[in-house]
Ligand binder design. Sequence first.
Ligand code: HEM
Length: 426
Amino acid sequence: DQAPNGCPVSARAAAFDPFGDGYQQDPPEYVRWAREQEPVFYSPKLGYWVVARYDDIKAVFRDNLTFSPSIALEKITPTGDEANQVLASYGYAMNRTLVNEDEPAHMPRRRLLMEPFTPEHLKHHEPLVRKLAREYVDRFIDDGRADLVDQMLWEVPLTVAMHFLGVPEDDMDTLRRYSIAHTVNTWGRPKPQEQVAVAHAVGNFWQHAGRILAKMRENPDAPGWMQFGIRMQKDHPEVVTDSYLHSMMMAGIVAAHETTANATANAMKLLLQHPQAWRDLCEDPGLIPNAVEECLRHNGSVAAWRRLVTRDAVVGGVALPAGSKLLIVTSSANHDEAHFADADFFDIRRDNASDHLTFGYGSHQCMGKNLARMEMQIFLEEFTRRLPHMRLAEQQFTYVPNTSFRGPEHLWVEWDPAQNPERRDP
Ligand code: HEM
């Protein structure tokens, strides 16, 4: 096998398969060999160059002209004619939002839409997060056993995402079903027969997003980031376009929901696998903010991101021709010994934990990072306070096969309800 630049492909590079169980279970471990020996390699199975080291990935993020984000939401597995026809039949026209928008269009749009993400605006969402977290824990606290994903972590961030975006709550159930299809459609490898079903779900999601947007336009003064965008469109129609609004109505739900749901599930799994860290958190909740960063570093919910090389460039000493596609494995960067001492060690007191690249870096860095952090911190505050003696149940963790969004589909935990602090000390 030869890479497009004429260099031979190593056996390990040829075997690299981000849809297999090895990558799904532990992406940084799966590419440890690359981080150590072949930090930029061509994957013939994927048709992408894979980048594994912290400094190289940061350099790629830093230069969004040479390394364009335009392919960030492109289907990583091209679909067949039948699925494409299904998508077309729904008028599916998902296009640039922010995360995949090039300059000079991106920055003015990002600046114009930033205000709702500022700390004083995010404060308004905190009581809702707290209230939901408490209500959901109330539902299972006496059961002694729960699947935290199905019974809480999937739905609460979805509800918060809806409120943040300004979506009416009665549209929630439909959107819940559609959002997962978007992940498979974009970052997964559906089989041909699955592709058609996924295409129908994505097409429906697209149309539903359009209907919600139309409703919002009737009441543009209502709270919500989408309504904020609709108001900004009045004076800046060339910056906040119709195509942007419709695409973001769909992509924004996934951006805000699955990322945060998965991040919290990954964090709880990691913490309960490290009982001493969990006990420390329960005793001193002041450690929670840094623990959240360390969880995002060690086992984040976005495992890898993508960039398109727009002009001949060199990454990690490897010459890459214009047109090359990059899979930048941020989860591998987060385990790079050159940046994080004893990188595989889980240390909730690590002083540079927040240097992780799970939120990306540079001009496209996640706009919702502080909303996500706030949610995760509140979930951990509630779990440590109310269920400090919970532990992981025996289970096999499964993941939706895809390159980028990562979290266990279920997370079973158990505890003795008689030991609940609220019972012992009401
Ligand atoms: C961008 C991850 C939560 C909104 C991104 C990017 C990543 C990411 C990797 C691309 C960064 C880059 O290209 O440099 C995450 C993770 C989250 C999370 C891991 C949760 C733990 C959220 C939430 C929202 C959100 C709650 C709320 C709406 C956005 C937006 C962008 C973005 C709007 C595009 C920014 C731009 O391109 O200028 N996120 N995200 N994210 N995220 Fe998040």
